[in-house]
Design a protein around this ligand. Structure first.
Ligand code: EPZ
Length: 428
């Protein structure tokens, strides 16, 4: 799909259609991103399948090509190899588009001893610090300077194994240090690691590459460095945030959706909440059937690191809670500014007040379509869900955000019976 201009992609939605049928979940963006970066850790070829065709992946692929990667991205397959490092720079435009390009830092430093990455600025969901990433790499022997919005990391000797306890859980921080450690000299013990399933998938990939890692899916990873690692094939796990988004879509009055290629265990926290809210769920090992009669109860919840309720589903659940009879409270513990969607949902007629780190949602409110703006990836999905239940037409501006992390969302929703289309794109 080519874009006339990234800036004016919009999503048009005509609301109130009943959603029914099945939707297949794509591969996890937040697993594929570190896994593509891990290709830097070897000269060999890699074949990734189940890669979601989303903008953040295209940006990561472009960043790796700038560095010296060769390969193709066709449909949901990427083959990639990095026979030599041609450049060690990850430029500002790449990092600004997708903060996840910080995941290049650890593996590039481990591979070549030098990396220059522009600093990920603040973004609309809040501060995106990387101090724990840098603290760990410095302990491993990297000399890191931060100057005019760039991080320069270099190490004359191989990185050294360390003992490091993360002061707080960080997903990409865990991934960066894990990827640095697999080529380091000696043993690294990382404590208080994040437990998100995408990290377990990255560990699976690294083990297939010949890495020596103990403690998969635990908060303590023990890595014994290897001098070389080999290429391999890998299928990316399904995307739990996309999964949760469609389960929430099926939770609105009158809908009945079957979510295929699901891993219910990845979204247990959400399923527990939806049960309490009054949604009907039938859960098998790889599919989730969700329906609702629209009698939804309010609930008080808070976001927390996996296996708690994920911050990346907070906005989408907020949209559902505008339809619950009563007052719900959503406490956001991970990011310090992740309520932008609330202001836009209020334009549709929702009644959401923000009190510090908590949003207070009074329902049930009837929503009416209008022009709204997506501020970040997950907010864009929440606003599309709002448009689906609003009376009349909704236009979600800045829908490039949606394309960053949801593969074919308009098409998937159309197949479920929604009236949704992208404006401002040329379908190739
Ligand atoms: C990952 O971001 C995800 N991105 C995010 O998904 C997700 O919201 C987030 O984890 C939390 O689950 C990818 O995996 C590519 P963190 P990440 O480091 O790693 C603070 C999406 O929508 N912190 O776990 O950047 C930080 O400021 C995206 O797909 C430090 O203070 O998040 C934040 O408040 C949005 N110092 C909190 O920890 C550090 O060195 C959690 O951040 C690192 C983090």
């Amino acid at each position: 799909m080519n874009y006339i201009n990234m800036g004016n992609i919009k999503t048009y939605i005509k609301g109130k259609n009943r959603l029914s049928g099945s939707v297949r979940i794509s591969g996890a963006k937040n697993a594929a991103l570190p896994e593509l970066a891990a290709a830097l850790l070897s000269n060999d070829e890699f074949e990734f399948s189940g890669v979601p065709r989303v903008e953040d992946i295209k940006v990561m692929f472009k960043a790796l090509k700038n560095i010296g990667a060769e390969g193709e991205f066709n449909n949901n397959f990427i083959n990639i190899k990095v026979p030599e490092i041609k450049s060690s720079l990850v430029p500002k435009d790449i990092v600004e588009t997708s903060r996840a390009s910080i995941l290049i830092l650890g593996p590039l430093l481990a591979r070549s001893g030098y990396a220059k990455v522009s600093l990920p600025g603040g973004c609309s969901i809040g501060d995106r610090h990387i101090n724990f990433h840098l603290e760990g790499l410095r302990k491993m022997g990297a000399e890191i300077t931060e100057k005019n919005e760039h991080i320069t990391a270099k190490t004359s000797a191989p990185l050294q194994g360390i003992a490091y306890r993360f002061p707080q859980k960080t997903v990409t921080g865990t991934e960066n240090l894990l990827m640095a450690a697999v080529l380091a000299q000696g043993t690294t013990v990382l404590e208080n690691c994040a437990l998100e399933p995408e990290i377990g998938d990255l560990v699976d990939l690294l083990l297939k590459m010949g890495a020596d890692i103990e403690g998969k899916n635990s908060d303590t990873l023990e890595i014994t460095g290897r001098s070389t690692l080999k290429g391999t094939r890998h299928r990316v796990i399904p995307d739990r945030i996309e999964m949760g988004t469609y389960v929430i879509a099926g939770s609105f009055a009158g809908n009945e959706i079957v979510v295929e290629n699901a891993v219910p265990g990845y979204i247990e926290s959400l399923l527990d909440i939806l049960e309490k809210v009054g949604v009907n769920l039938e859960v098998d090992n790889d599919r989730i059937k969700v329906s609702s009669n629209g009698n939804l109860h309010p609930i008080d919840i808070e976001t927390s690191p996996f296996p708690g309720f994920p911050t990346d589903l907070q906005a989408q659940l907020t949209t559902l809670l505008t339809q619950a009879e009563g007052v719900s409270r959503v406490k956001e513990n991970i990011f310090n500014n992740r309520f932008q969607h609330a202001l836009e949902l209020n334009k549709l007629g929702a009644d959401i007040k923000i009190a510090g780190d908590t949003s207070i949602i009074s329902g049930k409110t009837n929503l009416t379509g209008t022009d709204i703006i997506a501020t970040d990836l997950r907010a864009s999905a929440a606003l599309v869900l709002g448009g689906l239940i609003a009376e009349g037409e909704t236009i979600v501006a800045n829908s490039y955000q949606l394309l960053r992390g949801y593969e074919n969302m308009p098409q998937k929703l159309q197949e479920l019976g929604a009236e949704v289309k992208l404006l401002g794109v040329k379908n190739d």
